[in-house]
Write a protein that binds this ligand. Structure first.
Ligand code: ADX
Length: 202
């Protein structure tokens, strides 16, 4: 989206990311979970958040269904609306990361270009794309909200995986096969990555 405002300047605010990281024991970062509905994004986000919180980290979840009740309640599921959904979430996640938090985002985010754009908002290394991958048949079998069944009956138009596309990441930092790993193992994999990359260093 082009900027409408002119005559605006950027103000430094006196605290650096390093100041915050030193106090928190971790850098601010965006952990971007992408995958089909029912792939396990929210479940993994909740488990990972609990583990990080337990360790004393500043952590927060931005979740598709929740954000669509508020900030993004004016958006539907057309490609344009999904693009705007992800654009706003990218910006919000960036602000939270600037504030020093580890942000877990849980959105289908089906389009590669939209995820790539969110990545450009962060410093290299501070955006961790995680492909939460379970075969469509498994997601459909789980169908936690009964939406696949509705989509198959034609009651939900443009449903991801059924009548709207999902573009898997080409080079995600991590891939988690939720049909093979438990929720605990999945969260462990994320924590290991954060330690290995020194996002988490306490
Ligand atoms: S995204 O594609 O724009 O990233 P988002 O993650 O915010 O989607 O929202 C997805 C959630 O909205 C799904 O988990 C599901 O509960 C609900 N939903 C409702 N309609 C659709 C649809 N047409 N396609 C996908 N998800 C839908």
């Amino acid at each position: 989206m082009n900027s409408k405002s002119t005559n605006i300047t950027w103000h430094e605010t006196g605290l650096t990311p390093e100041d915050r990281a030193k106090r928190n024991g971790h850098r601010g970062a965006v952990i971007w979970l992408t995958g089909l509905s029912g792939s396990g994004k929210s479940t993994i986000a909740v488990e990972t958040q609990a583990r990080l919180f337990e360790m004393g980290c500043q952590v927060y979840i931005l979740d598709g269904d929740n954000i669509r009740h508020g900030l993004n309640k004016d958006l539907g599921f057309s490609p344009e609306d999904r693009e705007e959904n992800i654009r706003r979430i990218g910006e919000v996640a960036k602000l939270f990361a600037d504030a020093g938090l580890i942000v877990l985002t849980s959105f289908i985010s089906p389009y590669r270009k939209d995820r790539d754009r969110a990545r450009t908002l962060l410093n290299p290394g501070d955006f961790v794309e995680i492909y939460v991958n379970a075969p469509l048949s498994v997601c459909e079998e789980r169908d936690p909200k009964g939406l696949y069944q509705k989509a198959r009956k034609g009651e939900i138009p443009e449903f991801t995986g059924i009548s709207a596309p999902y573009e898997p990441p080409l080079k995600p930092e991590l891939e988690i096969r939720t049909d093979r790993l438990s929720v605990e193992e999945s969260a462990e994999k994320i924590l290991d990555y954060l330690k290995q990359k020194r996002i988490l260093f306490k």
